[in-house]
Ligand binder design. Structure first.
Ligand SMILES: Cc1ncc(COP(=O)(O)O)c(C=O)c1O
Length: 414
């Protein structure tokens, strides 16, 4: 029999196997200084396109003050338990009420982490008689929630409504014999390609099929919809979304998340969702900080307007310069290139060291072999100059990539 540690040492996982060469640079890089488009990476200021700070709230003076004041007033320890046992407060309940209003749902439950909220909510909502139908490119938290499901699941091709319908037909047959129900799960905005989930079309399928729709809108909350209420608001179908998830980790520039739905469903989650009843609730400064961010989002539509101004300039400029950015219709901007992994690492190294631009790179095994994605996340506080400079630099690096320069030289040595 193999020793467990020996087995792990021999296979450290698809990304972990490259840790020795990548740690501290391509993986686990340290970005220092205030959260802004200019941050320090390895001692030097870089133009940063890799922040979960869509509306620029992370370092907003009012946010910093609210966070600091709440930490001074309450400390980081309170409340001292799970919501159900000893971890409730007026502020938690106030935030739930305000979030409900923001996303146009009757009730909301706060969750201590976005990822585990999704996993745990899926686990909690369905039993072994029920059938899950979900999008093939769903985020890991959806996939992990589905993995916990004891009943059947059907996956539909990414954003393919005809296939979704086909899987709903199969699910309906099965649920009719098992006596179960159907839960469809998808995303508001897919974080890798930036395309919106076809929520309106899925909602329309309710005319033909009996199911409930659960939408993970991690990237849509604050960025989409006339008032920032998310992708359902954007597509004018929020009413058809039965269960709505938002994280605090992106537009809110915080940590935690929430799930909104009708009152009885939220109450069911409050009393049954294992990640919330068996874990400590969100610390008070996070809750008070979230209230401040929500107030700013509601009262300053110009933050979202700026985000979109930068997004449009960036995406139009990249397209005009001949770049392939796929099907994004959100701020998430993937730039697709072709090359090997060594070429990709050389390119990123060149971009960071010689052009002082920091963005994320996605390569195999996350995307097919030979594909490189540079993922740009614009924010409300980037400038038009940042956009112009980035497109200019990208044109230079793609020229080098096409002429094979990143293949010939071993640039990346850090
Ligand atoms: C689509 C999606 N769902 C869920 C999460 C997890 O949220 P959190 O970071 O709040 O745990 C993320 C990433 O942050 C995400 O992109």
């Amino acid at each position: 029999m193999k020793d467990l540690f020996e087995k792990i040492r021999a296979n450290r996982g698809p990304i972990g196997m490259h840790a020795k060469e990548s740690h501290g640079y391509f993986t686990f890089p340290k970005l220092e200084g205030d959260v802004s488009p200019r941050m320090i990476f390895r001692g030097k200021e870089r133009l940063n396109w890799s922040l979960n700070n869509y509306l620029g709230l992370a370092n907003h003076p009012e946010v910093r003050k609210a966070d600091a004041d709440a930490a001074a007033q309450f400390g980081l320890a309170v409340p001292m338990g799970a919501r159900m046992m000893s971890g409730n407060s007026d502020q938690h309940e106030q935030l739930e009420r305000e979030l409900s209003e923001f996303v146009h749902k009757p009730d909301t439950i706060l969750c201590n982490f976005g990822y585990q909220a999704m996993v745990s909510a899926i686990d909690c909502l369905v039993d072994r008689h029920d059938v899950i139908v979900y999008d093939a490119e769903s985020h890991a938290c959806i996939l992990d929630g589905v993995r916990l499901h004891m009943g059947k699941r059907y996956v539909f091709k990414h954003n393919d409504i005809a296939d979704c319908e086909k899987q709903l037909e199969r699910a309906t047959k099965l649920a009719e014999t098992s006596g179960g129900s159907i839960l469809v799960i998808t995303e508001g905005v897919f974080g890798m390609r930036g395309d919106q989930g076809k929520l309106k079309e899925i909602v329309a399928l309710k005319k033909k099929f009996n199911f409930r729709l659960f939408v993970d809108d991690a990237h849509g909350i604050g960025t989409m919809g006339a008032k920032g209420g998310g992708t359902g608001e954007e597509q004018n179908c929020q009413d058809g979304i039965d269960i709505y998830f938002g994280t605090f980790a992106k537009s809110f520039a915080l940590i935690g998340g929430f799930i909104s739905s009708e009152t009885q469903i939220v109450e069911y989650l409050r009393y049954n969702m294992r990640s919330q009843i068996f874990a400590k609730s969100l610390p008070m400064p996070i809750v008070v900080g979230a209230l401040k961010r929500l107030e700013l989002m509601r009262n300053h539509p110009e933050y979202k307007a700026n985000l979109w101004k930068i997004t449009h300039a960036l995406q139009d400029g990249l397209k005009k310069a001949g770049f392939e950015i796929g099907v994004t219709n959100s701020p998430v901007t993937p730039v697709f290139m072709n090359g090997s992994i060594p070429e990709a690492t050389n390119l990123i190294y060149d971009l960071r060291e010689n052009f002082n631009i920091f963005c994320s790179m996605v390569v195999y095994p996350v995307v097919p072999k030979g594909m490189i994605i540079l993922r740009i996340i614009p924010t409300a506080i980037h400038s038009m100059e940042d956009v112009a400079y980035t497109i200019e630099c990208f044109s230079k690096i793609v020229g080098k990539l096409k002429s094979g320069q990143y293949m010939a030289e071993k640039i990346a040595s850090f």
